[in-house]
Design a protein around this ligand. Sequence first.
Ligand SMILES: CC(C)(COP(=O)(O)OP(=O)(O)O)[C@@H](O)C(=O)NCCC(N)=O
Length: 459
Amino acid sequence: HMRVMEEMLRRTVAPVPNYETRDKSPPPPDSNSLDFMHFYRNLGREQRLVFVEILSREYGVDHRGASEMARKLVDTQSRDLATILQAEDRLRYSLTPRYRHLLNHISRVEGGVKFLVDLRADVLDFTSKVTDSPQLRDLNSTLKSLLSEWFSVGLLRLERITWQSPCELLQKISQYEAVHPVRNWTDIKRRVGPYRRCYSFTHASMPGEPLVVLHVALTQDISDNIQSIVREFTTLDAVEEVEKITTAVFYSISSTQTGLQGVELGNYLIKRVVRELQSEFPHMAQFSSLSPIPGFTSWLQGFLAQYRKEGRVTELLSEHEWTEVEEATGAASGPAALDALRALLASGDWHRSERLARALEPVLMRLCAWYLYGEKRRGYALNPVANFHLQNGATLWRLNWHADTSPRGIANSCGIMVNYRYFLQETGINSRAYLHNKVITASEQVLSLVAQFQKNSKL
Ligand SMILES: CC(C)(COP(=O)(O)OP(=O)(O)O)[C@@H](O)C(=O)NCCC(N)=O
């Protein structure tokens, strides 16, 4: 197969036109791109990896040519500006990988942009799982830079999905819903019904394909639980009373194209929807997410195990809290009580006991505040949803106990949900503070929960 692949690449990846005639040379025939796409689509996963490795290795930058241009540029430093600019442009041209010309040609044929989105999804998959080849990383960054230009916010179209949208679009929206799964027609009808909005970004190169989907609830205050949004049986044909709409609650966002990861579509969509809602409801004053906290329970299990191993069991809960846990579980004190607690958290059973839930609320709330505010990965919030909203400039605003009482909500995050609030005048400052200085903007409620955690763990 290698020979067939190499033959296909030789035939379809046109040589780089030389610098002097680069603007005059005719583009290669569309058939080159179409043959390349057709060949690639018929390869299995392993073969695709081999194919893109050859593409990235043999059809990248001509390193010798680039270093030659670099030397020439150094030699022209004493010359006039026009000569220097010319030498710089030659160097720039020599640093363009040969496959970038191919990717540009592919983007111009029917279905080419969608092909490149899917190609990047494969490359991301390979670089994250299989190989760490620097050339493959270069191919990924070339694809990402091209896609970021083509999918820039000015070229995206905002679409509102309603009950009158085509069935196939409503079905896609239901299937893409990654945060609170849609179970049936009534579900999706509610999500696009009264006091709800559903928006997506689409792009001319991928007609009918929602690239990222945002679900919004229109309310009178910032929701503190998801049941009132996805469960409550509001009459599906109610007429919206504008005076009841002062707040927008973003309760689900999902991007649908893996290959567009890093293009920040979700961030752009939230900002665009805020503007859309402000024009529909000029008096709208509050914008916030109601977000899950995926990973909190499993993080907590590891955290408790760590404290048990270090014999610091008493530090996590106060005397009184341990007593409550021991009485509610009948466990002995110390490590045995901690093991009982971990077993309860693993099963979610604690949630059925009113008394135990009341005893655990302060403990789990301050541990969750610490998880969101204090736990980091490379300096940024460990929790991916927190990281996403904080990058957008949102404020870590409020933790909500008993916010998602579904089995999934209890299992994933002990039923706790969080509001990342968008104070529109501050998102720019907050985003820069977070991205440049890793500063998390948090509310008094969150900071006091974090302080309680820190006080306890210094006991
Ligand atoms: C949260 C999402 C929408 C952010 O996407 P986006 O703004 O495009 O960020 P990025 O992928 O460009 O970094 C995306 O990461 C996603 O779909 N996550 C899974 C569902 C969820 N909301 O956590």
